[in-house]
Design a binder for this molecule. Structure first.
Ligand code: ADP
Length: 409
């Protein structure tokens, strides 16, 4: 291309030279000078006009890229929209200044945080220390904010560091997960403790009998063996209840699909309890008609629920007072209620009765063979059947435990 331009210049120069010769042949000196200047000027103009565009067109890849307008993710309107839809708190920061806070973050930290230093917005020593040391872009492992925002709570903070010193901070509440973990480990500890006590008694009496080397008289041996049997049965009840609770929990989200008759289940459970050797067996009074109450349910689990409620009334009611079992239809629901005449339960205990191993009087519960799991099992079975459990009690008078279930169909 450069050669093409050069030849063009040479050509124009030649035009000028030709004009000079033409003038020399017949023109005056001034005309000759003008012609020469015009030719040379034309050559220079054509050269300069063609030279620069030719370079830009022929080497586009070497042209400098247009200076891009600096983009900011945090200032993009779509980002703010997305952030507000996030349920967990989210902050956008430019350096250490909060430039964006979604609704959840505002609820957690207050409206004043936008424009503030992020280290004062999240007042936590771990966060402050961490935020000060972030310079390079990248996503960092979350850190724990213990006792944030209140004592006993735990949140985690995750940071996505962008280029240009911008950061996105994600905060997540872990308190509920911690509470569930605590519950699980408390449960294991409680269950182990409950099993350890009868086991220690059994081992103790077995060792004593062994030490006596067959010299124990019949009465002593009989007494020791009775204690061993009682403690072993206690362990057995506990193991059965532990298995029940784990089975019921495993089925928690599986709605029962079979139609069963609640009346028949209650009737069968009463018959079974009346046939038992329990001294209160004949105190059960059934106060309901021969109507069927169809519900969607698991027959074995419902039988267990009915058994636990009636058995509690037998355990905690006064001897020789009635345990009244009622079954009624209330619109689209069936209500089972069991009433006893016992010591009752003071109101401060009522909300905790369905917690595993919660007992109002531990010694009393043990003496009547309680495991502390009966009402927890009742609650889980009731929930699985969309039931509503109510416990009303009056100290010194007695207790009424009711469950209502939606009728099938
Ligand atoms: P437990 O195996 O100890 O009976 P439950 O889970 O069935 O365990 O009941 C929890 C506690 O609730 C019992 O230890 C007892 O203190 C109290 N309770 C349950 N039912 C009654 C009742 N009908 N009358 C009085 N107290 C009751």
């Amino acid at each position: 291309m450069f050669d093409r331009l050069s030849s063009l210049v040479v050509a124009l120069t030649l035009v000028a030279v030709a004009a000079i010769f033409a003038a020399l042949a017949g023109g005056d000196a001034l005309t000759i000078a003008l012609l020469a200047l015009t030719g040379a000027a034309a050559a220079a103009l054509v050269y300069s006009a063609l030279a620069s565009p030719a370079v830009a067109q022929t080497h586009p890849e070497t042209a400098p890229a247009p200076d891009p307008a600096p983009t900011s993710l945090l200032r993009h309107p779509d980002f703010a929209l997305w952030a507000d839809q996030e349920e967990e708190p989210l902050l956008g920061c430019d350096g250490n200044i909060v430039t964006l806070a979604n609704d959840a973050a505002v609820r957690l930290l207050g409206r004043h945080i936008v424009g503030a230093d992020v280290r004062t917005a999240i007042r936590h020593p771990a966060a402050t220390e961490w935020l000060s040391g972030i310079d390079t872009p990248g996503s960092l492992e979350p850190i724990n904010l213990i006792d944030f925002p209140r004592p006993g709570q735990r949140w985690t903070m995750r940071i996505a560091a962008l280029s240009g010193g911008q950061k996105i901070l994600f905060l997540a509440d872990r308190s509920a997960i911690d509470a569930a973990d605590r519950m699980r480990s408390d449960f294991v500890a409680n269950a182990s403790h409950e099993l350890r006590t009868p086991l220690a008694a059994i081992l103790g009496y077995v060792e004593t009998l062994q030490d006596m080397n067959g010299e124990a008289d019949g009465a002593t041996r009989h007494r020791f063996l009775s204690i061993i049997e009682r403690e072993a049965r206690r362990m057995q009840r506990l193991v059965i209840d532990l298995l029940s609770i784990s089975r019921v929990e495993a089925d928690r989200f599986r709605r029962p699909t079979a139609s069963v008759d609640l009346t028949a289940i209650v009737r069968a459970t009463i018959a079974q309890l009346r046939d038992s050797e329990n001294p209160r067996a004949q105190d059960i009074a059934a106060a309901f008609d021969e109507m069927t109450l169809p519900i969607l349910g698991d027959e074995a689990q419902l039988g267990q629920l009915v058994h636990n409620i009636i058995f509690n009334a037998m355990k905690y009611g006064r001897p020789d007072t009635p345990v009244t079992v009622e079954l009624i239809r209330e619109g689209r629901r069936a209500r089972l209620s069991v009433r006893d005449e016992g010591e009752g339960i003071s109101p401060d205990h009522l909300p905790r009765l369905t917690e595993r191993f919660y007992r109002v009087d531990e010694a009393r519960s043990r003496s009547v063979g309680g495991t502390g799991l009966g009402l927890a099992i009742v609650k889980h079975i009731s929930e699985r059947h969309q039931g509503q459990l109510d416990i009303e009690s009056e100290v010194g008078k007695g207790t009424r435990v009711s469950v209502t279930f939606p009728l099938a169909g």
